[in-house]
Write a protein that binds this ligand. Structure first.
Ligand code: FAD
Length: 227
């Protein structure tokens, strides 16, 4: 097991490219947390391809395994462009660790990208918007409902906002959802879990959620398709 400190033979081998990957997560974590600058000094100048106009200009080009144009150099987090969120940076770390430690070949293409705008009330979003789904030419159905349909919203005096879900008309899979309302981020995550589990919307429509909770609104939402 390497220590990641100066003189650690496994670190020197890694820097010299003699080891394809760090031996374990501990070494990798130590490398980047305490040895990053020294590591870069040892590697010397590296030219990385960046995006030109028409893409996320100036950001480092990385593929779906976060590999840059320079072998052995990865770009994670905001530097590669795309969604700039803490949870995406963290997920990039999972992909990097998977790459370096010989995992299952995880890629950025596998992930849903949720986000929350912490306004009052919150806006939580995940998956495709209605416009994106239509641009893709998908057959969709759109469910929409204002938050004042929810008993809990009345009880706590938080009736502002609405929920919206985009469903594939052929498979009943949920393609995306938006919740503008009280704890919209938490409610959005319920849709996200259903999407991760590839649940058809009908399961959420008929699911038993405790009364009175905001979650009950998800039952009602799927009785409110626009078509
Ligand atoms: C005001 C604000 C609010 C935000 N709110 C949210 C939010 O609510 N939710 C959310 O998901 N995201 C939020 N974000 C975005 C989120 O902070 C970033 O997406 C995330 O921090 C990116 O992580 P990162 O590791 O790529 O970069 P960073 O977290 O920026 O880390 C980069 C690190 O590199 C260091 N560094 C820079 N240059 C050098 C150098 N030359 N040598 C050595 N070290 C260097 C920096 O000091 C920094 O510590 C917010 C961003 C801002 C600015």
């Amino acid at each position: 097991m390497g220590t990641g400190q100066v003189g650690d033979p496994s670190l020197d081998q890694f820097v010299a490219g003699q080891n394809a990957a760090p031996q374990n997560g501990e070494l990798m974590q130590t490398l980047w947390r305490t040895r990053g600058a020294a590591l870069l000094d040892k590697i010397g100048p590296v030219i990385l391809q960046t995006h030109s106009a028409g893409g996320p200009f100036g950001f480092i080009v990385a593929n779906d395994r976060l590999e840059t144009s320079a072998p052995g150099i990865y770009a994670i987090g905001d530097v590669k462009g795309g969604p700039a969120f803490t949870h995406i940076s963290y997920d990039d770390y999972r992909i990097l660790a998977d790459n370096l430690l010989g995992g299952a070949g995880t890629r950025t293409t596998r992930r849903l990208v949720p986000y929350v705008v912490f306004t009052d009330p919150q806006l939580g979003r995940v998956g495709l918007t209605e416009a994106e789904a239509r641009q893709q030419g998908r057959p969709i159905r759109v469910a929409k409902m204002t938050m004042d349909y929810i008993a809990r919203a009345w009880e706590i005096g938080e009736k502002r906002g609405l929920m919206k879900a985009i469903v594939d008309a052929e498979t009943d899979q949920i393609l995306g959802a938006a919740v503008l309302g009280y704890e919209g981020g938490e409610l959005m995550a319920m849709f996200e879990i259903a999407m991760l589990g590839q649940l058809p919307y009908t399961v959420l429509k008929e699911a038993i959620f405790s009364h009175p909770t905001m979650a009950e609104g998800i039952n009602t939402l799927f009785y409110n398709f626009q078509d």
